[in-house]
Design a protein around this ligand. Sequence first.
Ligand code: NAD
Length: 419
Amino acid sequence: MKASEATNFYFQKAAKELRMQGQLERILMLPKREIKVEVVVELDNGEVSSFRGFRVQHDSSRGPMKGGLRYHPEVDYDEVCSLASLMTWKTAVVNIPYGGAKGGISCDAGKLSHQELQRITRAFVDQIHDLIGPQLDIPAPDMGTNGQTMAWIVDQYSKYHGWTPAVVTGKPLELGGSEGREAATGQGVFYAIEALMHDEQKNIADLTFAIQGFGNVGSFVARFIHDAGGKVVAVSDAGGAILNQMGIDIPALMAHYQSAGTVSGFTHAEPMQRDLLLTIDCDVLIPAALGGVLTAENCKDVKAQYIIEAANGPTTPEADEYFRSVGKILVPDIFANAGGVVVSYFEWVQNIQQFRWRLDRVNMELKATMLDAYREVRAIAKSSNCCLRTAAFQLAITRVASATALRGLETDSFCMIKT
Ligand code: NAD
């Protein structure tokens, strides 16, 4: 099943429970606008090359659209459409005033020089600067892009529109980035786990965790769990997996990772076959790497009682249905990994106010936002007797649908927007 089919499946399941009118359902499922451009630049060797760039703007009924920009040789267009739609539901679940978008340029960032990447980024902005902006669509880093890419976008966009740091988030601190942004997604995942375990009357210090992925999200989640006394017993990344039933020393693993670039070879744990991590004996499984890793084939072997979707789309609908049927509790991506976009929102707010928040304020507001969303999702799950994913989609769809309807579903202007 394609990524967009999985997202639409979850969306339609929740829309059906809400008894949503068919026309509105179709409107909310389709992207508002798809932009495709050719980005033509001169490479360092003097050759002229062209790269396909695009942006999918899914929905803007609750505010400007928000989502990452990725540089990858095989930017998967279907996956980007799915991620743009997920951003709409994610921003709605945590109730920040944004819609959803996603974009990318089909290029291999690892093989391009700093100057080539800069030229590509600036040429892309030249083509789309009228279609992005602080009140329109606000990109952020994603695969293959980073704070430097965002800095180039600010500079190029500002040449057309005047100084506008709020056009992107995930910027370096020197250009109006926010304290706490780098750790935000992992921090938000940790707050989600804390809220769930409080409800389940469990103590993090008594639980064992397995984490797939040790990049930005996985490494910060591991650190916060470790700091709270939880036992991280297994970690994997693209290079392999490690296991220590006594609990992995996460600060030591981070030091090893800094020098080795992989968790493999860490001497205070046993090596393990990479994909076995998903099915090892533990209380909490945290997929924090790829989409589509929990499938019909492996779901029956998953032993963890709790699954926290730190990655986007790690669970296929078949696996999701199985987990629900056997009473496992799954915290869905549109809530669990929303911490990054929440702190992006704080960055945008700080840019607009031209005021800087301290880290403790960022984390306090992030925690409050995640807790509010958790309580609302959990309440819907209880009252509708459904899983947390369906409840999260119901909450998000209700918010987006009512904003859409309030703005005037029947008016000409609405019809124009949806062309
Ligand atoms: P990243 O590139 O920093 O890290 C990805 C990690 O996954 C790396 O450690 C990599 O080695 C590992 N990995 C790749 N293939 C693997 C495999 N087959 N088995 C095990 N590990 C593998 O990416 P990230 O920013 O940490 O994002 C991880 C996931 O979280 C993605 O699904 C992303 O869409 C999602 N996400 C990220 C953010 C964010 O703010 N970074 C926000 C929301 C969602």
